[in-house]
Design a protein around this ligand. Structure first.
Ligand code: FAD
Length: 301
């Protein structure tokens, strides 16, 4: 829990989680660890480390979660996908994560190996989807299992109802929390949440918040994820192409406004896509008036 000390949410407690990706070079590794150190003092409930597309970054994900568990006090979740792997291969990976102390997985199907937009074919001896993987994890140990959710629908889903049915199967198979794809239209999230609750799903649906480091890049990425980037955001960044300082200020305003509005609508948990960079996340959380907890700095175990 983290307490909001000032601003419109003063006196509210919120829960935060931060998502990181495994570094691909020594430089990126340095950036990741300074980011973790910076963000630890916001007192997150947990942090998570993504798993590479097509299962390609098992080693760096493992190394990152291992160090998070040994060198920090941050509860750590490992993302895990089942794309392109047999059940036995996935089980071996789970055993490796378990051996370094992982007790929380973010269980995902993963994108098709031929890239987003291609047809997904499960491995002939593999888990068929994230619901099947959640069940496999439950059978392998007493793990906490988080899963994905898509307020604007997963690009492969026929409609939002098909998405919600898949979420229900994941919950029936042991998932206790859903982390959403990022979105910018809070009403889309509210409408989605109403449908999820109407379907009898009671687990926390935690909105994924993406502070905007680069609007053009985000648009390209969002298209593939099925997330909408409203044109009002173009207007907010218009004319700031040569002013990185002002762009960062606007990005923090947008993310903090989104969190404040969601909190005013009753949401109290937020999953932040950090992109392994702390300044924008710090600026966002400062703007919502959150209190830092110096005791929780990474390395202060
Ligand atoms: P599922 O929950 O199994 O399916 C998603 C939706 O697609 C379902 O609702 C279902 O209706 C529909 N669907 C699934 N299969 C089919 C099908 N064959 N035909 C029609 N509809 C279908 N990817 C990574 O590679 N590594 C990560 O670490 C990672 N982390 C993520 C974290 C979060 C919070 C989120 C939201 C996504 C993440 N992803 C990650 C992306 C994810 O792997 C992709 O979105 C992938 O395409 C779907 O995986 P899933 O677990 O959401 O799938």
């Amino acid at each position: 829990m983290a307490l909001i000390e000032h601003g419109p949410l003063r006196g509210r407690d919120i829960k935060l989680s931060f998502e990181f990706f495994p570094p691909k070079s020594p430089d990126m590794e340095g950036q990741l660890w300074s980011c973790i150190e910076e963000l630890a003092s916001w007192n997150p409930e947990f942090v998570s480390v993504t798993y590479g597309a097509g299962g390609t970054t098992r080693e760096p994900t493992l190394a990152t979660v291992k160090r998070l568990i040994s060198d920090t006090r941050l509860p750590t979740a490992a993302h895990l996908t089942c794309v392109g792997a047999s059940r036995d291969e996935v089980r071996r990976v789970v055993d490796e994560f378990k051996a370094v102390g992982v007790r929380h997985f973010v269980a995902l199907r993963g994108d098709p190996q031929d890239g987003v937009g291609a047809a997904y074919t499960p491995h002939p001896e593999g888990f068929t989807n994230a619901a099947d993987l959640a069940l496999g994890l439950r059978e392998m140990g007493d793990f906490e299992v988080s899963v994905s959710a898509y307020p604007e629908k997963h690009p492969e889903s026929a409609d939002i109802q098909a998405d919600i049915e898949m979420l229900k199967r994941k919950v029936d198979n042991g998932a206790t929390r859903a982390l959403t794809q990022f979105f910018f239209d809070n009403m889309a999230f509210v409408r989605y949440l109403e449908k999820v609750r109407a379907a009898g799903i009671t687990i926390p649906i935690v909105p994924g918040i993406m502070p905007i480091l680069n609007l053009a890049q985000l648009k390209r990425f969002a298209g593939a994820c099925g997330a909408t980037v409203p044109s009002v955001l173009d207007a907010r960044f218009a004319g700031l192409e040569d002013d990185p300082r002002k762009r960062a200020e606007v990005a923090a305003e947008i993310a903090s406004e989104q969190i404040i509005d969601l909190a005013q609508k009753g949401v109290d948990e937020f999953h932040i896509y950090t992109m392994n960079r702390s300044p924008l996340v710090n600026a966002t959380l400062e703007k919502i008036g959150l209190r830092r907890d110096a005791e929780r700095m990474a390395g202060a175990a």
